[in-house]
Design a binder for this molecule. Structure first.
Ligand code: HEM
Length: 502
């Protein structure tokens, strides 16, 4: 066969079949939305619609919302996902049908040791675990843990002092990151890491490993999902085994070290789980030992980066909006005159502070997307959602929908004033999700964030400096965040506004 050089005819047939199958497989899932009559960006073989209009996935969602409206179909690699930001549909999916049809998030399967953590568990197991974990975040418990937060906020202030005295440019995450980590580790594990002063610590190394999603594994399971059971068998996991083993050993060590009398006085969440286990053992309702380890590890995972990122964006938006910062400082000074101690109840009742934090979370919701998987084929507001379809809620894009939020790019805390808040549809603002599967740590996070912000603003103002990047280039992976660290300066406040008024 002169026109087919190099290989035999059979080899050519094999090669052509392989290429044909390879191409077919890469396109296989792409017809779903056409059949359902749902618009969306055109997918590329294997790659799907990832980064179609913007490399940053949440900015890409924003572009899609502008082009296709509040419902569209996308393909994350080969996986079809239905993007929904229609408030009426969201009410059905996230609240009304949560227990029946949309109980679970997408399960990547490769969860390793953390398979029974509350955010990963499914159906009945999730309901039971969620019921066990929820009381550990009751408002009385958060008040108890507030003194731990105060302890760390004091250390934060001491560490800032020297930086301000030296007129240093501050990398904001290096300040709020260790504070958030120290609060989380103290409140969850009862261990005082002091990472503000001692950043090198195995706790931090292993926690960071848990937060870094291994991208090659993500792509491999996305391209070839039929290999998942094999990958699971091989013990591969998105959460490195060395790190989960580290946290397991920590939990066992802490449990072994605590004696009868010390247990009673401890307010950390680990101890709370242990105590509720022993009180409920007879009824067999509490969490078992493995579940306790999974929850405490996952709480650290769920709470650390989200809270730290929120504080970073608060500092950035306030530095860029000095008139808002000034008004906030006035409220702080009148609530806690003469830089007085910050009390939990008064902190939580501060109206303008609340509006500022809410507006910051509108512009920069750390979780850019929520997810739920349909257990059965169902029609919601006339749109068919097939069984096993992942419904993706593009929170970042929802928060910037110009019909819902006029001048969406503007930082305007008054959108969330007491009067204006009444008219906000709850399904248009979802930084913590909504419904039975919403964020468990919302109140806890609010206390942690507001305390640090108030303490810093009692004493300092955030200032934009030459090193501050404006506008920000956003990080394409993970949580909503800046690609490069945000840098600011702090200016000492000589007198508080309350001092001036008096
Ligand atoms: C500003 C800080 C935080 C933000 C923006 C945030 C946001 C979220 C969001 C969007 C979800 C998904 C909700 C849904 O699917 O409807 C979530 C779930 C969750 N969050 Fe948070 N979170 C924050 C802090 C925390 C903290 C401090 C903790 C724990 C101490 C925590 C624990 C959890 C848990 C356990 C879940 C899973 C709940 C379940 O599946 O039942 N979060 N969070």
């Amino acid at each position: 066969m002169g026109f087919l050089p190099f290989f035999s005819f059979e080899t050519w047939i094999l090669l052509i079949s392989f290429v044909f199958l390879f191409v077919l497989y890469g396109h296989w899932t792409f017809g779903v939305f056409k059949k359902l009559g749902i618009a969306g960006p055109k997918p590329v073989m294997y790659w799907g619609t990832v980064g179609r209009y913007n490399q940053v996935y949440y900015l890409d969602d924003n572009e899609c919302a502008k082009k296709y409206g509040r419902v569209w179909g996308l393909y994350e690699l080969r996986k079809p996902m239905l993007a929904v930001m229609d408030p009426e549909m969201l009410k059905t999916i996230l609240v009304k049908e949560c227990f029946t049809l949309f109980t679970n998030r997408r399960n990547f399967r490769l969860n390793g040791e953390l398979y029974d953590a509350v955010n990963i568990a499914e159906d009945e197991q999730w309901r039971r675990i969620r019921n066990q974990v929820t009381p550990s975040f009751a408002s009385g418990r958060i008040k108890e843990m507030f003194s731990i937060m105060q302890h760390h906020s004091h250390k934060l202030m001491v560490s800032l002092q020297s930086k301000v005295d030296n007129d240093e440019v501050i990398t904001v995450k290096d300040t709020f990151g260790p504070y958030s980590m120290d609060v989380m580790v103290s409140c969850v594990f009862g261990v005082d890491l002091d990472s503000i002063n001692k950043p090198a610590n195995p706790f931090i190394t292993h926690a960071s490993k848990l937060f870094n999603f291994p991208l090659p594994l993500f792509f491999f399971q996305g391209f070839f999902p039929f290999f998942l059971p094999l990958l699971e068998l091989l013990g591969l996991s998105f959460f490195p085994k060395s790190s989960t083993t580290f946290f397991r050993t920590v939990v066992e060590k802490i449990r072994a070290e605590r004696n009868e009398s010390s247990r009673k006085n401890l307010t950390d969440i680990l101890q709370y789980f242990i105590n509720s286990k022993s009180s409920k053992e007879r009824e067999n309702l509490g969490l078992n030992d493995h579940e306790i380890f999974s929850q405490v590890t996952m709480l650290l995972f769920a709470g650390y980066e989200t809270s730290a990122t929120t504080l970073v964006f608060l500092a950035y938006t306030l530095a860029r909006n000095p008139e808002v910062m000034k008004r906030l400082q006035q409220e702080i000074d009148s609530t806690f005159p003469h830089k007085g101690p910050v009390q939990y109840d008064s902190l939580m009742q501060m109206e303008y502070l609340s509006s500022v934090v809410d507006e910051c979370l509108r512009l920069y919701p750390p979780a850019a997307r929520l997810e739920r998987t349909a257990k059965e084929t169902v029609k919601v507001k006339g749109i068919t959602i097939p069984k096993n379809m992942v419904v993706m809620i593009p929170v970042y894009a929802l928060h910037r929908d110009p019909e819902l939020w006029p001048d969406p790019e503007e930082f305007k805390p008054d959108r969330f004033s007491k009067e204006n808040k009444q008219s906000i549809d709850p399904y248009t603002y979802l930084p913590f999700g909504v419904g039975p599967r919403n964020c468990l740590g919302r109140r806890f996070a609010m206390a942690l964030i507001k305390l640090a912000l108030v303490k810093v603003l009692q004493n300092y103002s955030f200032l934009v400096c030459e090193e501050t990047e404006i506008p920000l280039k956003m990080n394409p992976e993970g949580l909503v965040g800046p690609q490069r660290p945000i840098k600011l300066k702090l200016q000492k406040r000589s007198v508080s506004s309350a001092d001036v008024e008096n």
